[in-house]
Design a binder for this molecule. Structure first.
Ligand code: UDP
Ligand code: MN
Length: 352
């Protein structure tokens, strides 16, 4: 095998150029390089709207890292030996100690990546916005371009939070629903609609978060990938039979007992705009079908998210460092950092 590789790489093919073929080759080269150059020279800048989505543009770009000094990765020394860091479909599971943020920051900066953070603050939930945004300014994607998208029915109650350079906030006024379950579920519909109309023209990646949360440590580009979900902090130690998937076959979110990889949390997921569009559209449509059949999945949008991620495997999985509840779960030693944590709330009071 090695010999074969050496032969393939090492042995240059010899071409003989007959005088008559030279002009033909020149014409071909000029023709193709014109197409190649005009593609780049003529392509619109990042501020202009382009048919190609930002995510697609990313994948094609070639970036060259600068010289960097860092600890060498050691093939015989696992980054973490106490936790699973790779799914069976070879998606990284992101834990502290598994990534070098300097390398990742450089890669994403060279692509001038823009990240959209969607958050819903409907009715009384506007009270969570201030802490959410203030802590996001301290910990979320620092050094990168960030667009906050605040969906609310109370635009006047969105607090003025000073934003760092390259960071913007858009208030998107949307309707409310009486039932909190409907507020939660209709996030899928609104994210899919705005992805199509707006987000695909403005950002490369979308991160979709609950608002009753705060950032308390670094959450950066290590989470970014085509499609990512987050391990629910209450279930990461459990067997699949214990997952609170929807178990009624009548629901579109149904998952049988002998299936399931992880239990993902509905409060933090994302990916490229295109992947998030597909996910949110699919979940919304599944919820519409359920509604027509007079059934509502046990954990609402989270049940549908889990069904989607079972059959559309995420390309990255975030550890519970990215979704924690210290009041409920304390601080076990496996969690080296608590990055994004629940803000205690009185459910009854805030939802009604
Ligand atoms: N939400 C909202 N207003 C409501 C109910 C829910 O804005 O009246 C949004 C908000 O972003 C919230 C999310 O829907 O974080 C999910 O609801 P909640 O956080 O109450 O669910 P839990 O995390 O308690 O399961
Ligand atoms: Mn929540």
């Amino acid at each position: 095998m090695l010999q074969m590789l050496r032969t393939m790489v090492g042995k240059p093919k010899s071409y003989s150029l007959y005088p008559g073929t030279v002009p033909v080759i020149i014409v071909i080269v000029v023709f193709f390089s014109y197409g190649f150059l005009s593609h780049f020279l003529g392509s619109p800048g990042p501020s202009e709207t382009s048919v190609v989505t930002a995510g697609e543009r990313d994948a094609r770009e070639v970036v060259t890292l600068s010289r960097m000094i860092y600890t060498q990765p050691k093939v015989l020394t696992p980054a973490r030996s106490d936790v699973l860091i790779l799914t069976p479909w070879l998606a990284p599971i992101v834990w502290e100690g598994t990534f070098n943020i300097d390398i990742l920051n450089e890669q994403f900066r060279l692509r001038n990546t823009t990240i959209g953070l969607t958050v819903f603050a409907i009715k009384k939930y506007v009270v969570f916005l201030k802490l959410f945004l203030q802590t996001a300014e301290q910990h979320f994607m620092v050094g990168h371009r960030v667009n906050y998208y605040v969906f609310t029915d109370r635009p006047a109650d969105v607090p003025q939070v000073p934003l760092g350079a390259g960071r913007r906030l858009a208030v998107l006024t949307v309707r409310n629903y009486t039932r909190w379950q409907d507020v939660s579920m209709h996030r899928m519909e609104m994210i899919s609609r705005f992805s199509e109309q707006r987000f695909q023209h403005e950002v490369d990646y979308l991160v979709c978060a609950d608002v009753d949360m705060k950032f308390r440590d670094h959450v950066g580009v290590e989470i970014l990938s085509e499609l990512f979900g987050t391990l629910h902090p209450g279930f990461y130690r459990r067997n699949r039979e214990a997952f609170t998937y929807e178990r009624r076959p009548q629901s579109q979110a149904f998952i049988p007992m002998d299936e399931g990889d992880f239990y993902y949390m509905g409060a933090f997921f994302g990916g490229s705009v295109m992947e998030v569009y597909h996910l949110t559209k699919s979940c919304h449509e599944a919820m519409v079908v359920d509604q027509g059949n007079g059934i509502e999945a046990v954990w609402h949008d989270e049940s549908h998210l889990n069904k989607y991620l079972l059959y559309h495997k995420p390309t990255k999985v975030l550890s519970p460092e990215y979704m924690w509840d210290q009041q409920l779960l304390g601080w076990p030693s496996v969690m080296k950092k608590l990055r994004f944590v629940a803000v205690p709330k009185n459910h009854q009071a805030i939802r009604n």
